[in-house]
Ligand binder design. Structure first.
Ligand SMILES: [Zn+2]
Length: 60
């Protein structure tokens, strides 16, 4: 499986950084390289990102 890289926008400072999709699971913690704020990935966030990658899939 090829690595899918997703843009993450920091909710605190607005910096955009990239993470590999396979590293993003529900409950994983990302640290913003801009402000150092830690963001926990939650199911809704992950669903939004997944839709941006694969628009043909829904998680309703
Ligand atoms: Zn930030």
């Amino acid at each position: 499986m090829a690595d899918i890289v997703i843009d993450i926008t920091c909710p605190v400072c607005g910096k955009v950084f990239k993470k590999k999709a396979k590293d993003l699971t529900d409950g994983s913690v990302l640290k913003c390289p801009g402000c150092g704020e830690q963001t926990t990935i939650r199911g809704t966030m992950f669903t939004d990102m997944d839709k941006s990658v694969d628009k043909g899939k829904t998680w309703e």
